[in-house]
Write a protein that binds this ligand. Structure first.
Ligand code: SAM
Ligand code: SF4
Length: 330
């Protein structure tokens, strides 16, 4: 699959549910209305959809959400998809999770061929964790991470940089990731979905500043390391781990974009930062064969835009894209 700008699409992110057991303040409003179940793709439909993308050239698949591990029968989907790892048609099956259910699932994930997980964690202070997630229990996530380590899963921590919230925590998180053997990527807060007020603008902390703060304490060296995602990585000499920076707001990484995203209702988004989408659920449900589905995918890839244009600006509203991050997944 090649888009009009010559970029090969080899990376698919699938949001398997819009639901979540947490309500991170930058991601969701407290009183979210979730989708009726009939609108959400079944496990069989998700398998058909992912398998079609894999046939068409996707080599890396990431399940996300909402919280993928709160989706009922998520392990059935992962076991189904693992056949593509066995056949060699898929290089990697991963997921992005908040970690609250990892203790329960880590071993089964590893057994199904999952090698790496991204776990989102913005602070190591229990009270601050509760405040950011509105009611989360940090201990559950730490137990999940311990289980992931025991199961042999490689962990990368994702930390959203929030000025005035976790800016005092980043050195501790970097040191702790070093102790645990985890890489870490910092993410700039993105203007997705209305979360009320202008809080994002107040919390926006450019990663160039965060990096300068880190360099007061740590020795960071640029690398060419790539995971297929948008992060730029540095080596941290003191911890021996990598630190990534995902900077949609200050640095446009669209030129090398190789990925598309599907929501749990089968809407295909060709760009995280644009509204254009294609309805793959209609194609899935209108026939038992996959010809219509494949045609709809091909037609949509031909419309993949050149890039996004996020701006965080007081003059405009603080929402560049109306859907929440939990709809398209991170
Ligand atoms: N629930 C899972 C989790 O938290 O990892 C997966 C879905 S979550 C939407 C994926 C990633 O998006 C998380 O790392 C989260 O911190 C990040 N995220 C959510 N809203 C964001 C926003 N407005 N700006 C930047 N990152 C955001
Ligand atoms: Fe849930 Fe992940 Fe969004 Fe937090 S970031 S509310 S854990 S989907």
């Amino acid at each position: 699959m090649q888009d009009p700008f010559g970029r090969h699409i080899s990376y698919l992110r699938v949001s398997v549910t819009d639901r979540c057991d947490l309500r991170c303040v930058y991601c969701m409003a407290e009183d979210m209305t979730f989708l009726p179940r009939k609108e959400v793709l079944s496990i069989e439909e998700l398998d058909r959809l992912c398998s079609a993308f894999i046939r068409m050239g996707v080599r890396k698949l990431r399940l996300t959400g909402g919280e993928p591990l709160v989706r009922r029968e998520i392990m059935s989907l992962i076991r189904l998809l693992s056949r593509h790892l066995v056949s060699g048609d898929l290089d990697e099956l991963t997921l992005t999770t908040n970690g609250t259910q990892l203790a329960k699932h880590a071993e089964a994930l590893a057994a199904a061929g999952v090698k790496r997980v991204n776990v989102s964690l913005d602070t190591l202070r229990p009270e601050a964790f509760k405040a950011i997630t509105r009611w989360g229990d940090l201990d559950k996530v730490l137990e999940g991470l311990a289980a992931a380590r025991r199961a042999g899963l490689k962990v990368k921590i994702n930390t959203v940089a929030l000025k005035g919230v976790n800016d005092g925590d980043v050195d501790d998180i970097v040191a702790w990731c070093g102790d645990q053997g985890f890489d870490i990527a910092f993410i700039e807060v993105m203007p997705m979905g209305d979360i009320g007020g202008e809080r994002r603008l107040e919390q926006y902390w450019p990663l160039s500043k965060l990096r300068a703060d880190l360099e007061q304490r740590w020795t960071l060296t640029d690398t060419n390391f790539q995971t297929g995602g948008p992060a730029r990585y540095v080596d941290c000499a003191e911890t021996g781990q990598r630190i990534g920076f995902i900077t949609p707001m200050t640095h446009n990484f669209c030129e090398s974009c190789n990925r598309v995203r599907v929501t749990c209702t089968g809407q295909l988004f060709m760009c995280l930062g644009q509204e254009d989408s294609a309805d793959l659920r209609a194609a899935l449900r209108s026939s038992e064969g996959d010809e219509k589905l494949e045609a709809a995918i091909r037609e949509a890839i031909a419309r993949k835009p050149k890039g996004h244009d996020f701006i965080l600006d007081r003059r405009a509203s603080n929402v560049a894209v109306s859907r929440h991050m939990s709809v398209t997944g991170g």
